[in-house]
Design a protein. Structure first.
Lengths: 535, 344
């Protein structure tokens, strides 16, 4: 398939012939010299097309690395080392420039003149239109995500001429522009896709599932599902600075112990998504980036369907009884950010933020005495077996602590496959741990998903009239609107008073590097290989 | 007819007997997968799915139909050779199995061969010197092998031979990334690379196989060694051996020509069983060594209630065991003339 590999193989013949046992480990060293990076991950990529039904999270990286969007986010220094995307800085990717009309309803994009797909054909507004039509038409997650930015119907998108593309909005929204920079609205070579579409499959789902057709920084050289994905650089990329590395191998290694041995030995250059424990222990041996995940929190949920939790004093008693510090040390190994012991008076709109609660059993007992449940009660605390690495120790610590204020907790373990149905869809778990992270990084977006009644991540069945109207009126107004800040602060106050979700800590995404630099954190929590280079 | 090709007839009869077994497997695997916890439509709809998109997925997966209809569709597809598409890997189940089954088989067979080379001599050694220190040492060794969980042995071997000594290659699957996959003929890398005369890659694949197959072999030593010892002891104390000895035949002749051949029968039976539980133990070895085999595939599929993949896995395993049992029966006949079909 590739000459350099074959040649290297050929060189190795001599070595392999000479040495029977012990074998020399000469190959990885050769590989890193020759502009190849090896990344290991525990996740598996199951499709090269994000729009397909059933495509898993790990596959989103293909949309990021192999396709371009009109826009992208800038870069900033991250907490916890390395870089992070910058939500507040929008940068062009395939768009050369864009203009928003005064009423905010029409956005006009000019597409870069030199932008070409891998097959050499020019990226035109028709390709953009076809790709956007696809994203809003295929249903499922892509259409939901497009809707968040007010992009719902194909008739909103028009290709004026080859290089001009417009989006018409029903109402102006601050979420539209950022929503164009998430992985979903990626631009596909529509000529290639249409040639492989059928009457039954007008959006070429079957073809693009295995054969990406984009303009992005990397092409897929080889994909062996369940084993590895090999990226090869596109030397004609117009979307940004040409990546330094020619080839990147993403290898799937399910065992975290094996991944750890590989990165410590330096035979692979990057280990993506390592456990908190490894991150804490590897920090002084290799480069470890632990970036607190933006707009994401691990929380303890009190379901309103469960009677004792309708009593505000019970909820406050729990919030004062949770052993935050122990949880952060034991479940998160100190990775991420603390979310307790914050100021009583809220003055800024940072989110996730520290709640005003902290561990104080006396206060907790006081609140219990004031409640209708002086003698305590019994409640099952549900956790997902699929997320047991943080949920199990957390639940055990909470169980122990709540027993001191008279609440008898039994831990209920739910299989990973049933978790979403029970917790989020049926919302039937009285007391449970939850974790939601919003892609679009504004607090009102988080509230939209997690605090509005009936919305997916509001697993506490919480309803508050003021929150309902506040979220609706805030979600689409610009961040510099005079009403924005007071509205958000009011949401925080209500959330901390009503406590449908008790914040525990902000988790981190951990990445270890040994021989690679330039790692950048993204809200989609997948590896953007474009800025990587070897040291 | 019966007299003319008795062996063929018996083989056909045995194959025919396996048909009801397979039908049973199809029904049971279908029913059992439906009994798995969880709603696959919700799972595969993804992070931010709403009610509508979950329903779209449910229809796309055919889960909105009744159980009878789903079964009918499934059987119909099976007859066309279509095992469905796995949602977790996004590939047709058949192509997944074709790709992954050889990976597991190559590992399992190699480790069994390795295990036989060690355990059968160990068993013979122990049987010829019962209750001496040799016997006790063998017993200790094989018991230790089977008592250690395979994932632990695997990680320990990686730690010693890769991490500390650095003499074994990176445990990242069937081939280091530096080699190219051989053209697939059998799916067994050792065979495929030999066919294409690519000995460099052959060594690459062999090196990757060493640690995982030792891990698995350690686990399978015990039953084979113990069974060899027990059946050798029985045979060695039987009358025809005493006769042979009395007739002045050499020890080697008695041991290898007469005793061993007769002692092999229960060992072969055990091998069939060991093969099946080695495939099961494979799951953990595959995880530790990033081996793209069928065990890790089945576990992943089970976790996410990926019906098509689970059913395909169960079915292929059932077919494999039917064939395996058939083979073992035929091997009996070769080894032990008393079980020959000619005697009927």
């Amino acid at each position: 398939m590739n000459k350099s590999i074959t040649r290297r193989n050929f060189v190795k013949t001599g070595l392999a012939g000479a040495a029977v046992l012990p074998f020399l480990k000469s190959m990885p060293a050769l590989a890193s010299k020759s502009n190849t990076l090896v990344v290991v991950t525990g996740q598996t990529i199951n499709s090269l097309d994000l729009h397909r039904k059933g495509t898993n999270r790990a596959s989103y990286q293909v949309a990021v690395n192999c396709y371009d969007r009109l826009l992208s986010f800038g870069t900033k220094k991250a907490k916890g080392g390395g870089y992070s995307y910058d939500y507040n800085k929008i940068e062009p990717e395939l768009a050369e420039s864009w203009v928003v009309s005064d009423d905010g309803l029409l956005i006009t994009f000019k597409i870069k003149k030199n932008a070409t797909f891998w097959d050499g054909s020019k990226v035109t507004a028709n390709d953009v239109k076809w790709s956007f039509d696809r994203a809003v038409s295929v249903g499922g997650f892509p259409s939901v995500q497009m809707k968040a930015g007010g992009l719902v119907r194909p008739d909103q998108f028009t290709a004026i001429n080859e290089e001009t593309f417009t989006i018409k909005l029903d109402k102006p929204s601050k979420l539209t522009i950022p929503d164009l920079a998430v992985p979903v609205p990626f631009i596909i070579n529509s000529t290639v896709a249409k040639a492989n579409a059928t009457a039954k499959d007008p959006w070429a789902m079957e073809y693009l599932h295995k054969n990406p057709a984009g303009s992005g920084a990397f092409k897929v050289l080889k994909w062996s599902p369940g084993e590895q994905l090999v990226y090869e650089r596109n030397d004609n990329w117009a979307g940004g600075p040409i990546p330094e590395v020619k080839r990147i191998v993403v290898r799937e290694v399910p065992s975290s112990a094996t991944r750890r041995a590989l990165i410590e030995k330096g035979d692979v250059q990057l280990s993506f998504g390592i456990p908190d424990k490894d991150a804490a222990e590897l920090a002084d041996k290799v480069d470890v980036f632990s970036t607190p995940i933006e707009n994401c929190m691990h929380v303890l949920c009190t379901n309103r369907k469960f009677e004792p939790f309708q009593d505000p004093n019970v909820r406050k008693a729990i919030a004062y009884a949770v052993p935050y510090d122990d949880i952060f040390k034991v479940a998160a190994y100190g990775r991420g950010a603390k979310l307790w012991g914050g100021e009583k008076k809220i003055q800024d709109i940072a989110w996730p933020r520290k709640s005003p609660y902290y561990t104080d059993l006396d206060k907790a007992k006081e609140h219990m005495q004031k409640s209708k449940y002086k003698d305590g009660f019994e409640v099952p605390l549900s956790i997902s077996l699929g997320l047991s690495s943080w949920m199990e120790p957390t639940a055990l610590l909470i169980q122990e602590s709540l027993s001191k204020i008279g609440i008898k907790v039994t831990i209920e373990k739910i299989p990973g496959a049933s978790w979403r149905t029970a917790a989020l869809v049926e919302k039937k778990l009285a007391f449970h741990l939850e974790n939601f992270g919003g892609w679009l990084n504004t607090p009102d977006y988080y509230f939209y998903w997690a605090y509005k009644e009936g919305h997916l991540f509001n697993s506490s069945n919480y309803r508050n009239e003021e929150i309902e109207s506040l979220v609706d009126s805030t979600l689409h107004i610009p961040m510099d609107d005079p009403k924005y800040k007071p509205n958000i602060i009011r949401m925080f106050e209500i959330a901390f008073e009503d406590l449908p979700r008790i914040p525990l800590y902000q988790p981190a995404l951990n990445v270890a590097a040994n021989g690679a630099k330039g790692y950048e954190f993204w809200f989609h929590r997948q590896l953007d290989v474009r800025p990587l280079s070897s040291t | 007819m019966k007299k003319k090709f008795p062996k063929l007839h018996a083989a056909l009869l045995r194959s025919a007997q396996s048909v009801p077994v397979l039908i049973g497997v199809v029904v049971i695997s279908f029913v059992l997968t439906r009994a798995l916890p969880g709603d696959p439509a919700v799972y595969f709809a993804g992070a931010a799915a709403d009610e509508q998109s979950i329903n779209e997925i449910r229809i796309a997966m055919g889960l909105d139909k009744t159980l009878y209809e789903q079964f009918f569709v499934y059987v119909n597809n099976l007859l066309d050779g279509n095992l469905g598409t796995s949602l977790s890997t996004g590939q047709p189940v058949l192509s997944d199995l074709i790709k992954r089954l050889p990976a597991s088989l190559e590992l399992t067979i190699l480790s069994l061969v390795l295990s036989c080379f060690v355990s059968i001599p160990l068993g013979i050694l122990a049987a010829t010197r019962p209750d001496t220190w040799v016997d006790h040492l063998c017993r200790f060794f094989v018991t230790a092998g089977v008592s250690l969980p395979t994932f632990f042995t695997g990680i320990l071997l990686i730690y010693i031979f890769y991490y500390i000594l650095g003499i074994s290659p990176s445990p990242i699957g069937r081939l280091d990334f530096i080699y190219l996959e051989p053209d697939i003929v059998t799916g067994f890398y050792l065979i495929d690379t030999a066919i294409s005369n690519d000995w460099d890659t052959w060594f690459g694949a062999a090196k990757q196989l060493i640690l995982p197959s030792i891990t698995l072999a350690l686990f399978t030593l015990a039953p084979i060694a113990r069974m060899t010892r027990a059946s050798m002891l029985t045979i060695l104390s039987s009358e025809f051996i005493r006769t042979a000895k009395a007739a002045g035949l050499s020890n080697g002749k008695v041991l290898f020509s007469y005793a061993l051949r007769n002692a092999f029968l229960p060992v072969i039976t055990t091998l069939g069983m060991v093969f099946s539980f080695a495939l099961g133990a494979n799951v953990l070895v595959e995880k530790v060594f990033a081996w793209p085999g069928i065990g890790s595939y089945a576990v992943e599929a089970l976790i996410v209630s990926d019906y098509a993949a689970v059913q395909g896995f169960v079915l292929s395993m059932a077919i494999m065991f039917v064939i395996l049992n058939l083979l073992i029966d035929l091997i009996y006949m070769v080894i032990d003339p008393r079980i020959g079909f000619g005697s009927k």
